[in-house]
Design a protein around this ligand. Structure first.
Ligand code: ADP
Ligand code: MG
Length: 248
């Protein structure tokens, strides 16, 4: 039930605890991300960032708590959610060319009975052009550089035309031009009213790229507008005492 007096958060996480074995990966966390922001999730290695995304997408089951996307469980929202997984978690040897991978982003809209045709391929080509990969449409995905693979996965998310995008370290290991392209595309999505939630590894660009910030270390340290949350004290609480305030 939606309470009309409650703001409708793009991502609402309540009392969420996730464990794989004995130690918790996420401990009793609450998060609210409003719609239309570009949010960063930051925290040290192993702090639960990928787990938070996977749980939000229904790929990992929590031991307690729940997640709502625009007020609904993920099962009701799948077609409106885009996901770019952490690149290291993808098997890049699977035999598919670039256009196939991008066209897969349309399966949610097509349904399983319809095969993609010329209009779908045209949409996929438009998305490839947006990431500067139009000349690679027939290249095997395994034969691309890391940055090129990442651009293809961004293109796949773009054709989906989702309302909420989750991206797990999309800028890790990519070159500067690719990072600039990815950020411009994500900010363009945000400017069109989409919500973009990015696990981000580079503290020096947090203030420049994002308007919302979630700081995580198994528990939530802080969350809110970047201008309020990105402080030396919150960084120390998230990363430990060696962390200093890094600005771009
Ligand atoms: P991050 O993305 O912030 O680096 P993760 O969410 O990947 O953190 O991992 C959080 C913790 O959960 C880590 O201690 C990690 O080792 C553990 N973990 C993650 N995935 C699994 C898994 N499939 N099985 C067991 N432990 C896992
Ligand atoms: Mg991770």
């Amino acid at each position: 039930m939606n309470d009309l007096h409650e703001p409708q958060f793009a991502l609402h996480v309540e009392d969420l605890t996730v464990t794989y074995g004995a130690a918790p990966a996420l401990w009793d966390i609450d998060i609210d991300v409003p719609p239309g922001v570009m949010a960063a999730i930051v925290g040290p290695n192993g702090s639960g960032k990928s787990t938070l995304l996977k749980t939000s997408l229904g790929l990992v089951r929590p031991v307690a708590g729940h997640v709502r996307l625009f007020g609904k469980p993920i099962s009701a929202m799948r077609r409106r959610i885009g996901y770019v997984p952490q690149r290291s978690s993808v098997d890049w040897d699977f035999p598919a060319d670039v256009l196939d991978v991008v066209t897969m982003g349309l399966y949610g809209q097509l349904g399983w009975l319809r095969r993609p045709g010329a209009p779908e391929r045209a949409k996929a080509m438009d998305a490839l052009s947006a990431v500067g990969m139009q000349d690679y449409a027939r290249r095997q995905i395994s034969q691309l550089s890391g940055g090129q693979q990442q651009r293809v996965f961004i293109a796949r998310a773009l054709v989906q035309d989702a309302d909420l995008y989750f991206l797990d370290e999309p800028m890790a290991g990519v070159d500067r031009p690719t990072e600039d392209i990815i950020i411009a595309l994500l900010q363009g999505l945000r400017d069109r009213g989409k919500t973009v939630i990015v696990v981000h590894h580079d503290l020096s660009t947090v203030e420049q790229y994002f308007d919302w910030l979630v700081m995580l270390n198994t528990r939530i340290v802080a969350q809110g507008p970047v201008t309020e949350v990105y402080t030396a004290e919150n960084l120390r609480q998230t990363y430990g005492h060696r962390a200093a305030l890094i600005r771009g």
